[in-house]
Design a protein around this ligand. Structure first.
Ligand SMILES: Cc1cc2nc3c(=O)[nH]c(=O)nc-3n(C[C@H](O)[C@H](O)[C@H](O)COP(=O)(O)OP(=O)(O)OC[C@H]3O[C@@H](n4cnc5c(N)ncnc54)[C@H](O)[C@@H]3O)c2cc1C
Length: 403
């Protein structure tokens, strides 16, 4: 079991650091680990604890299958190869499993749309296998016979995100990163000549080059505290956990309309079935999407819909009992793409956030991109589509920058 309670954590706020990363989720710890490995002077601030936010509520999927060809797929492909390198180094500790993902279509229209997407993903270099009839039953024997066809993505993988956060934290600390738990970033301290000073609940620290906003679903709030506008809001999701069962599926299996639910901007809730097993034998059944701020009480109608749709995909789940339901909040931007790059107006502020339901998967390539920005190098994947400035309207000269 991973102990996150912390030999890795110091409690003393240093007087300053060149780079201050705010948020010890998967994104912040990946950045801290990567920068510290280059010898950078990094301090990681976290107000609660490691993986206290979104990163402990995800299923840990590292997916190519749900990415639309273009910048996000490119970032996901780069990140997946970095995850596989990390998996080779970290071994079983982060439970990285190259399990493969299967996307199931219920009818001919869905199947044709799924094939069209798979064609474009294949052209971008993703390995896909179209499956129907006996071939499909061979790969997923317990899948409903009402499924019209599917596409199998062998590269789709899974990791245990909390263990991955712990691993990155240890790597960061081993390379000299200072970590402070219980420190909440509040605002720039005004009246300090010639330097940026960040005020926290534990005191102030001088910032050399940048504060990195890795505050996940709170990134919009942190940006506002630092004088910027960044439209990152929480997008709620439910996940159901079953009792341990024997081999329902060895893959991640989800309905073809899942990709549409990510991009749906509707007011109500969306639910699309996602079914997968874990190393302990429990099944994770997901997932829903809705904008209801920080509402933490599970909605019975959503829990029922997730269970019904999972049983429709795998009828054998009908007699299986639920252990629990949990809620998490994805950091969502209006276009569902992350915000990675310098703030358009506020000096010393760099954003690395807004990954919606793909932050675990995209974290390592995000950290690599952040390192490239600090080193003024061109990142392997272009960042134009992720530029936080895309959300800016006309410049507002009244914004408060650090003095
Ligand atoms: C139900 C569900 C399923 C998901 N499934 C997957 C999946 O299968 N694959 C995938 O890739 N992604 C998945 N995601 C999305 C993924 O979990 C997120 O995109 C990712 O965890 C975001 O990581 P983060 O580090 O940016 O944010 P977080 O993990 O939320 O970390 C942010 C941290 O910042 C801290 N913080 C905030 N404000 C401050 C402040 N002012 N001062 C100090 N600290 C602060 C918080 O305490 C928190 O610890 C899922 C999400 C949900 C909700």
């Amino acid at each position: 079991m991973t102990d996150l309670s912390a030999p890795a954590w110091g409690d003393e706020l240093p007087s300053g650091a060149d780079i201050v990363v705010v948020g010890a989720g998967i994104v912040g710890t990946a950045i801290a680990a990567r920068l510290a490995a280059t010898g950078a002077d990094v301090c990681l601030l976290e107000r609660a604890g490691p993986a206290a936010g979104s990163s402990s509520s995800g299923e840990g999927n590292l997916l190519l299958s749900d990415k639309l060809p273009g910048p996000e797929l490119d970032l996901a492909m780069r990140s997946l190869s970095l995850w596989h390198e990390l998996g080779d180094e970290a071994g079983a500790r982060i439970e990285l499993e190259r399990k493969g993902g299967l996307v199931a279509a219920w009818d001919a229209a869905q199947l044709s749309a799924l094939h069209a997407l798979a064609d474009r993903q294949e052209a971008a270099g993703v390995a896909v296998r179209r499956l129907e009839g006996v071939d499909l039953a061979d790969v997923e024997p317990q899948l409903s016979r009402h499924v019209a066809g599917a596409v199998f993505y062998e590269a789709d993988s899974q990791v245990q995100p909390v263990h991955a956060v712990a691993h990155q934290l240890e790597r960061a600390v081993a390379n000299g990163c200072r970590t402070v738990r219980g420190a909440e970033a509040l605002r720039w301290r005004s009246g300090v000549e010639g330097a940026a000073v960040l005020e926290t609940t534990c005191g102030s620290l001088r910032v050399g080059t940048a504060v990195v906003n890795a505050a996940g679903p709170w990134a919009g709030e942190l940006a506002a505290r630092l004088g910027s506008d960044l439209p990152v809001v929480p997008r709620r999701g439910h996940v159901l956990v079953t009792e341990p069962v024997v081999s329902v599926t060895a893959h991640k299996v989800y309905e073809a309309d899942y990709v549409g639910s990510i991009h749906d901007a509707g007011d109500g809730w969306q639910c699309s079935s996602v079914v997968e097993s874990t190393a302990s034998g429990t099944m994770l059944l997901g997932s829903s999407r809705e904008f209801v701020a920080w509402s933490a009480a599970p909605a019975p109608a959503i829990v029922a819909a997730i269970a019904e749709r999972a049983i429709a995909l795998f009828p054998g789940l009908a007699g299986v009992r639920l252990l629990r339901t949990y809620i998490g909040f994805r950091p969502a931007t209006p276009d569902r793409l992350p915000a990675i790059g310098w703030d358009a107006e506020i000096p010393h502020l760099l954003h690395a956030t807004g990954h919606e339901g793909a932050g675990i998967g995209l974290s390592l390539a995000t950290a690599e991109a952040v390192q490239c920005l600090f080193e003024r190098r061109t990142p392997p994947v272009g960042l134009e589509a992720f530029d936080p400035a895309r959300f800016s309207e006309a410049p507002e000269p009244t914004k408060t920058a650090p003095t």
